[in-house]
Design a protein around this ligand. Structure first.
Ligand code: SF4
Length: 235
C-alpha cells in the first residue's frame, strides 16, 4: 500500500505520508534518517498515482525524499500535483529545501488545502548537505503568497537569534515546528537557554509546535504548556 499511516517522530498533526517520488534524495543531508538505506535511484512510482484513498486526510507528500529537488523532472511533479488536485478536501503538506521549485509550480496549481513548508535548521549555513543555502530557502518562501506556510527548524542547529527570528517573521508561517536531532549526529547544537528564548520570540507572532525530541537538549515541553495541536484548528 502506498499511503502510510504516520508513525514515529515526524509530525503528530500529519495523518499519512505518501511518497509517489522515491529513491535517493539529491540533498544528502548528514542527519537524514534515509541515509544508508537501500532506496535505489530517484524515480516516479506511477502505481502510487492510481491511489484512490487520499480523501479526507492530512498527507505529507514526499517525506522520504525531497521531490522538489532540482534533479526531479517537471513532469513527475506535474503528475503528482494533478493526482493531489483530485482530492480537494484533503490537506497536503509539501516540504522542501528547494522551495524555489514551489514558486515555479504556483501557476500549475496546488490543491486548495495545501501547506507549503521548508526546513531551516539555523540562519547559518553549515556544511552538512547538498541542499540550497538557507537564504535560498528563505527567499522563495517570503515570495509565496496565497498558501498556508510552515517552517520546520529540525534538527535545530546553533543559530544567531536575531537573524533567525527575522527570517521566519519575513516568511510569515502559520506555524513553526521545532525539533532536535534524534540520532546523535554530532551536529553543532544550541544551548537549551537559546532554544527557550527562540520559542518565546516566535510565540509572539506564530504558532510554535515543539517536538518531544527537544528533551535531549534540556527542553521540557510542559514548561511551555504546549500540546499536539490539531492541524485544522490552526487554519
Ligand atoms: S532533504 Fe530531507 S529527504 Fe532529502 S536528504 Fe535532506 S533530510 Fe533527507
Amino acid at each position: 500500500m502506498s499511503l502510510n499511516r504516520q508513525k514515529g517522530n515526524m509530525y503528530e498533526w500529519v495523518t499519512h505520508t505518501w511518497n509517489p517520488i522515491g529513491g535517493r534524495c539529491p540533498h544528502q543531508c548528514a542527519y537524514c534518517y534515509m541515509l544508508g538505506l537501500p532506496v535505489g535511484e530517484l524515480r516516479l512510482r506511477p502505481k502510487f498515482l492510481r491511489d484512490d484513498n487520499l480523501s479526507g486526510k492530512t498527507i505529507f507528500v514526499g517525506s522520504s525524499t525531497d521531490m522538489w529537488a532540482e534533479d526531479v523532472p517537471d513532469e513527475w511533479i506535474e503528475r503528482v500535483l494533478y493526482c493531489c488536485n483530485q482530492f480537494p478536501e484533503s490537506t497536503f503538506l509539501f516540504q522542501s529545501k528547494n522551495p524555489l521549485r514551489f514558486v515555479h509550480f504556483l501557476g500549475f496549481g496546488f490543491p486548495p488545502k495545501t501547506v507549503l513548508g521548508t526546513t531551516i535548521e539555523s540562519n547559518r549555513d553549515y556544511d552538512i548537505s547538498e541542499a540550497p543555502t538557507i537564504w535560498h530557502r528563505v527567499n522563495p518562501m517570503i515570495a509565496i503568497e496565497g498558501h498556508r506556510k510552515m517552517v520546520s527548524i529540525e534538527p535545530v542547529l546553533d543559530f544567531d537569534p536575531e537573524q533567525l527570528v527575522e527570517y521566519i517573521k519575513r516568511i510569515g508561517p502559520e506555524f513553526v515546528s521545532i525539533g532536535a536531532d534524534s540520532k546523535g549526529h554530532r551536529l553543532p547544537e544550541p544551548s537549551a537557554e537559546k532554544v527557550r528564548s527562540l520559542i518565546d520570540e516566535l510565540d509572539v507572532f506564530t504558532e510554535v509546535k515543539l517536538k518531544s525530541n527537544l528533551a535531549r537538549l534540556g527542553i521540557d515541553l510542559d514548561e511551555f504548556e504546549k500540546q499536539a495541536v490539531d492541524f485544522d484548528s490552526v487554519a
